[in-house]
Design a protein around this ligand. Structure first.
Ligand code: BGC
Length: 742
């Protein structure tokens, strides 16, 4: 330990955090302002800007820890930010203390987890990503930002850019699934949506790229667990969404809880300085995750809070969230020469610059003074939420039972059928369950109240006395059973790791009983994660994944069940055959002993003895009420110069009887490379809308720079060589072509 302290202390003397590269005019102005202000600040005030606290009544998203007197800290200039304050009045009250009663009147920056909506709640992010609709995602973020800004927030802790392929990990619900290419597009769209073109507008808020880095790969899917992977893997699969979000201009980043290659992220200078700032060009500020500085003690890399604070500061971590080691020990560290005042100045100026860019020094109250009723739950925004929810839902199976005819008598059963709180999912910002339009309400409105016979049937994990009997009675009187089952909001998001990912037994018993009535059964699966659905797929006549669909889940479900809209969502996370396959993702590597075919049982090949290698539903999968036929794949550029653009065309025809939308997906494989490459990688996609009988030619353009990968020397570039390419409606696409980069 002594050696570490010595090395870090030496580092403190040698370096101060370097000046951010390539500043825009606006950024330069902000830094100039910050530098001038810093000259007037005491050391304690500067360290105060690096401290974030929660208030007494705040929403708590971690161990509650030490109680602080928010007002006193604010008045003394010993805090720069609060998180998760619950009301606009409270936000304004604290801001008033900061600007009117603290010595220099430096405004506070308020942050909150607005991750899939503020008041108007959209589907949980995994669901939203299944729309593959980048514009819709950007629109979501714009609406969320406007509502959050009106509430009084300047800053959202979103987008979560963590790639994850492990359905045991509950936080997959907050991300965009398993693919780095799609994840990068979504991350950038969210940043654009939150921040807009003008950060100082009272309708935009600062984004926060989290959790840096690789938080989505905890060992065995257990939250907060160790992350250990090769740098090649990290750069190829995990880095792209963070990188895209930084490139899109995100002004803050959050360091993750996990250790990464043996060093906790919040004290990991390579991660949050060398890679993030020097390589990716980030020049905003980095906040730790909740108490993550202090948690370096539990990680076993810091002796105490002071040591942890020192390591955070020297790693270039600007802000300490929720615990308080920065403000408690910062001055001592400077006095003892363990952290230089120059380093503190650097850390502080980056925080002040973001406050300046948000316009807080011009008018610290410009956010949060609107009349809420004018901004929240606007009808046009609820309409967008309904459309995004419908686009996010994924039809996994359908033997013709869907869509339902007009006047169908529906037995609507299940613990999620009328569950206003569950449908808005984990961390629903300031979403209110009493604004949720439930599936029950949505179906009653669309099919007529008299045509919807509702019975809850069971709780999420426990039977209800007489519940099954009541459900069966309803089923007998109906034409069809719609069974809304799955996992509730408490089984989604942070700290909700599971080792079983099947529908809970009480709900399976309900399915069995309903099936015995002989009625057709449509399963609606509410979930924030991929699940093992073997049982439901075998027994149900159709399965539609509805996720936790947000405020407007009910009308969106009605739109799809009635056929007013055609399902068009495609999975962004493979649904495994069983939990033992986890983590599982389509872009796996071939290995030196690949299985020759899905049924080949050669002993010394890479396979399970009694279980398929393949997931039950692959990445990209999703059905529609119509059918799309893909043909005539043409590689328009069979040979391309390095630096050029690969062009691939394909015909897509709607060969069914209904209009519909599909997501055409292009995958490539780099046949020979310096490091092992995935068997397939998504490199293009397009959402298409085709009338019944209509055909379109889709042309994909792939710059060869998009085919770059991490080499043995850890540099990333594209090589000349041969590639295979496939286009189709999921990651098992079979239409194949070839191209060569010269
Ligand atoms: C989560 C972050 C979140 C923070 C503040 C932490 O527990 O990991 O994602 O932004 O709390 O609520």
């Amino acid at each position: 330990m002594k050696r570490v302290i010595f090395a870090l202390t030496a580092l403190a003397l040698l370096i101060s955090c370097s000046v951010a590269p390539q500043l825009s005019k606006e950024e330069q102005e902000a830094y100039d302002f910050a530098d001038n202000l810093i000259k007037k600040m005491t050391l304690r005030e500067k360290i105060g800007q690096l401290q974030q606290f929660k208030t007494r009544n705040a929403t708590v998203t971690g161990p509650d820890g030490v109680k602080r007197d928010a007002e006193a800290y604010t008045r003394n200039g010993e805090v720069g930010s609060f998180l998760s304050v619950k009301t606009t009045d409270e936000l304004n009250r604290l801001q008033k203390i900061a600007v009117e009663e603290s010595r220099l009147g430096i405004p506070l920056i308020f942050g909150y987890d607005i991750i899939h909506g503020c008041r108007t709640i959209f589907p949980e992010n995994l669901g939203m990503s299944c729309s593959w609709d980048i514009e819709a995602v950007e629109q979501y973020a714009r609406i969320a930002a406007e509502e959050a800004a009106a509430f009084g927030y300047h800053w959202t802790f979103s987008p979560m850019c963590d790639i994850s392929a492990d359905p045991r990990w509950g936080r997959v619900s907050e991300g965009a699934g398993e693919d780095p290419y799609l994840g990068a597009k979504i991350a950038a769209a969210m940043v654009r949506g939150y921040q807009g073109d003008n950060l100082s507008s009272d309708k935009t808020i600062a984004a926060c790229v989290k959790h840096f880095a690789a938080y989505g790969a905890p060992q065995a899917g257990r939250d907060y667990h160790t992350v250990d992977m090769s740098e090649v893997m990290f750069r190829n699969r995990y880095l792209p969404p963070y990188k895209a979000a930084v490139k899109a201009g995100a002004v803050t980043v959050m360091s993750s809880f996990n250790d990464f290659m043996g060093v906790p992220a919040s004290g990991n200078r390579w991660l949050i300085h060398t890679l993030l700032r020097e390589e990716l060009g980030f020049n905003g500020f980095v906040v730790s995750d909740w108490a993550a500085v202090h948690e370096m003690i539990a990680h076993g890399t810091a002796a105490d809070g002071k040591d942890a604070a020192m390591q955070g500061m020297l790693a270039h971590l600007n802000m300490d969230m929720a615990h308080g080691d920065y403000i408690t020990y910062g001055e001592e560290l400077v006095k003892e020469g363990k952290v230089s005042e120059r380093t503190i100045n650097e850390l502080c100026r980056e925080v002040l610059a973001v406050k300046y860019r948000l316009g807080l020094f011009d008018n610290p109250f410009k956010y949060g003074c609107h009349n809420h009723d004018e901004v929240m739950y606007r009808p046009e925004n609820l309409q967008v939420a309904r459309e995004v929810a419908a686009k996010s839902m994924v039809l996994l199976s359908n033997n013709g039972v869907l869509p339902l005819a007009e006047n169908t008598k529906i037995a609507l059963i299940g613990p999620l059928a009328d569950a206003p709180r569950d449908q808005i999912g984990a961390w629903p910002g300031f979403g209110e369950a009493d604004h949720s339009v439930t599936i029950r309400k949505g179906l009653e409105e669309r099919f007529g109240a008299k045509n919807v016979l509702y019975a809850k049937g069971s709780d999420l994990r426990a039977a209800i006395n007489g519940g099954i009997e009541e459900a069966v009675r309803a089923a007998r009187k109906a034409d069809v059973v719609v069974l809304s089952i799955g996992l509730g909001y408490k089984e989604s998001g942070e700290a909700t790791s599971l080792t079983e990912i099947t529908v809970p037994e009480a709900q399976q018993a309900l399915l069995d009983a309903l099936k015995k009535t002989g009625k057709k059964v449509v399963v609606l699966l509410g979930t924030g994660r991929a699940m093992d659905l073997r049982n439901e797929i075998e027994k149900a006549d159709a399965v539609l994944v509805t996720w936790h669909g947000g405020t407007m889940e009910g009308p969106a479900v009605a739109d799809l069940l009635s056929g007013d809209k055609n399902p068009s969502g495609h999975l962004t996370m493979s649904f495994p055959y069983c939990v033992g396959q986890a983590p599982i993702h389509y872009n796996m590597k071939n290995t030196g002993r690949p299985r020759k075919s899905p049924t080949n049982n050669e002993k010394y090949s890479s396979r399970y003895m009694y279980t398929p290698n393949e997931p039950l539903f692959p990445f990209g999968y999703g059905l529609s009420y119509t059918e799309f036929e893909y043909s005539d794949l043409q590689v328009l550029t069979p040979e391309v110069e390095l630096g050029g653009v690969v062009k691939v065309g394909v015909k897509v025809k709607n060969v069914g009887k209904r209009d519909g939308e599909d997501v055409a997906q292009l995958y490539v494989r780099d046949l020979v490379a310096e490091t092992t490459r995935p068997m397939r990688e998504l490199k293009g996609f397009e959402r298409l809308s085709l009338k019944a009988g209509e055909e379109k030619v889709v042309e994909f353009e792939i710059p060869t720079s998009d085919l770059a990968y991490c080499h043995r020397d850890l540099t990333t570039s594209t090589d000349a060589g041969d590639f295979l390419v496939w286009v189709g409606a999921d990651s098992n696409a079979t239409l194949e072509g070839k191209f060569t980069i010269k």
